[in-house]
Structure formats: structure tokens, C-alpha cells
Design a protein around this ligand. Structure first.
Ligand code: UDP
Length: 265
């Protein structure tokens, strides 16, 4: 399973070279090493960012892929390389296009901790804990239900179960690709409300400009994964994902003697 990549949209716009080196050249190195060692199957992380801003929602795997930021372009190039290796060398590939990974291990052992943190749900939870003074809302003038961006958040434990199914379904010389999303969208404003409801804490927000490279809306059609992988997301309701992430974060923060983050504003 190939997970190694950089995955921040904003950072990819500022530092595209890092993204092409890590995500494209890095995947090439993985494929060359696999060939040298006669490894015939790969399950690899891809992303909804390869679609760009598709006209149709929800997004099926057949949608046109015209990514709108270097992150998406780098991951699409990685898909192309794996597809070509499939045709040329008989590699069996399953590429999994994740939508917005969220939540934490329900047993509390593993959670999400980036440095710097840029993802919406952990930033909101850190604010709820008082580790940040609040968060910026990047754009309230999108053509969506409430003007904020809509994403399809999917629990990390559900993503993990799809990988387990995929491992036994790689076929030599066949490139398969599946969307992994819950099949429903939540706006940034809805996520803020859900975090406030789950934590019962104050979470200050501030209006800010759009973040370069952000599509307005990304919602998966996960039916292909449901059918072919027998996949069923079990924990991808928004409150459940936030509860799991909050449980991990409160446990981790209280046990790790944590340093506060610098204020977001
Ligand atoms: N977002 C936001 N403020 C933040 C971080 C994220 O408004 O401080 C928005 C972002 O513009 C996007 C959504 O929240 O529409 C999810 O962003 P995230 O970085 O979590 O995931 P991405 O969609 O970039 O993979």
C-alpha cells in the first residue's frame, strides 16, 4: 500500500516543486522498486482533488479529471504512471480516490496531528480546546447552500476497511479506481455547527478570503466501491466523525502535556 505523499492544497499552490517531487517522482521510485523486486500489486492513495471542479454532483469515477491545483495534478500524474505500469508490466493497481478523511481511531489509539495543521475539523477542535483563538472561514461567496465550501467527509476507519478489501482484489494488468466518500456533503458552516454541538464549546470563527485552489463542492458517488469492494461506510456521519476526533484529541492533549498553538488570528 502506497500512502506516502504531500497533501495540502494551499502548500501545493505555493510550493508546486515539492509536490511534483514527492508525489510524482516519489511514486515513480515506488514503481521502479516494485518492478525490481517483482512486487505485482499496489493499492495506492489517490484523491478527489484529481477531479478539479466537475459539473456533476455526486462525482463518479468516470467524471473528467481536470485538477485545479498542483496537489491534484501531482496525484493525477501518479494515477497515470500506475495505469501505464499496469499496461506495460502487468501491475495490478487499485487507486482509491479519498474525499475528505476525518475522524480518528474509535478506540482512541490513533488520531490526526499535522504540523502545521491546516485541516478544518482538527483546527476547529483545537479551537474548542482553547489551543487556538479560532479559525478563518475561507470564502462565504461560493455557489453552495450557505456560501461556504462543501466537502464529503469520510471516517478514517471506513477508509481503512476499504483498503483491506482492496488488497485481495488487485488483478494483474488491471487498473481499478474507486471513490471513497460517504456520498453526502457538508458545508464549512455545517461542520462548524456540528463541532460546536459535539463539544459544547465556544469556537470563534472569522470570515476570510477564499483559499486559492479550493473547488466549491466535492461530493462522491461511492456506489462503485460499494459494489466492487463490498464497502459500507459505518462511521461517516458527521457527528460520529467529530466525536471520535474529539475523544482522541481530548485524550491526547491531556496526556501529552501539550504546547499551545500560535493563535490563528
Ligand atoms: N477551511 C476553512 N478554514 C480553515 C481550513 C479549511 O474554511 O482554516 C475550508 C477549506 O477552504 C475547505 C474545507 O474547509 O473548503 C476543508 O478543508 P481541508 O483543508 O480540511 O480539506 P481539503 O478540502 O483542502 O482537502
Amino acid at each position: 500500500m502506497h500512502f506516502a505523499a504531500l497533501a495540502y492544497v494551499g502548500e501545493s499552490v505555493a510550493h508546486p516543486d515539492l509536490y511534483y517531487r514527492t508525489n510524482v517522482a516519489g511514486t515513480l521510485v515506488v514503481l521502479e522498486a516494485m518492478r525490481a523486486h517483482n512486487i505485482k500489486k499496489i493499492v495506492a492513495s489517490s484523491t478527489c482533488a484529481t477531479y478539479g471542479c466537475p459539473d456533476q454532483m455526486p462525482i463518479s469515477e468516470a467524471a473528467t479529471q481536470i485538477p485545479v491545483n498542483p496537489y491534484g495534478r501531482s496525484k493525477l500524474m501518479a494515477e497515470h504512471m500506475m495505469r501505464d505500469a499496469c499496461g506495460a508490466f502487468g501491475l495490478g493497481v487499485i487507486a482509491l480516490r479519498y474525499f475528505n478523511a476525518a475522524g480518528a481511531d474509535p478506540e482512541g489509539a490513533i488520531g490526526e496531528e499535522h504540523d502545521p495543521e491546516t485541516h478544518l475539523i482538527p483546527l476547529l477542535l483545537q479551537s474548542a480546546l482553547g489551543l487556538r483563538s479560532g479559525i478563518d472561514i475561507f470564502g462565504e461567496d461560493y455557489e453552495t447552500c450557505d456560501g461556504t465550501c462543501v466537502r464529503d467527509y469520510v471516517h478514517v476507519a471506513d477508509l481503512a476497511s476499504a483498503h483491506v478489501s482492496a488488497l485481495t482484489r488487485c488483478e494483474a494488468g488491471v487498473f481499478k479506481v474507486y471513490n471513497l466518500g460517504a456520498g453526502r456533503g457538508a458545508s464549512v458552516a455545517e461542520v462548524v455547527a456540528a463541532v460546536r454541538a459535539v463539544t459544547g464549546r465556544v469556537v470563534p470563527i472569522r470570515s476570510a478570503a477564499r483559499r486559492p485552489g479550493d473547488p466549491a463542492m466535492l461530493i462522491a458517488d461511492p456506489s462503485k466501491a460499494t459494489e466492487a469492494l463490498g464497502w459500507k461506510p459505518l462511521r461517516s456521519e458527521l457527528p460520529t466523525m467529530i466525536e471520535d476526533a474529539w475523544a482522541w484529541m481530548t485524550k491526547y492533549r491531556s496526556s501529552a502535556g501539550f504546547r499551545p498553538f500560535p493563535p490563528a488570528f
